[in-house]
Design a protein around this ligand. Sequence first.
Ligand SMILES: [Zn+2]
Ligand SMILES: [Zn+2]
Length: 131
Amino acid sequence: MIGAKKKAVRLQIIEALGGRCMWSDGCTMGENCGPQTDPDMLHIEHKNGGGNQERKMFGRKREFNYIRNTISGTGAAAPSPGYYKIILDRVTSGSTDYQLLCANHNFKKHAIDRCCNKKENRGKVPCPCAA
Ligand SMILES: [Zn+2]
Ligand SMILES: [Zn+2]
């Protein structure tokens, strides 16, 4: 269960990132076949696939202040360490590492990463996953 405070920060991130699925071919998973805008259906997606590694890193309190200081440059210790707070800081200070994807397109992205983006499959037409 996600805490209310954490949820509020998550909503701020979603707002800062445009509030809708940014699937490159256009998202039609929302109301009236428009882009998905329901925050409960949106994933905050690390564009370069570093999400798992980053979560692990940010999840460790010991390394938190180091990372926090590197990002913000303030040198101040965070009052309440949190992964979402760090992302919000990065997004509002102009980071382009994050995007929103709806649940369906997040799933699709991972499917593509597992197949079409593999070195041995790149440029193959059709891709093995289409067969
Ligand atoms: Zn979508
Ligand atoms: Zn593929």
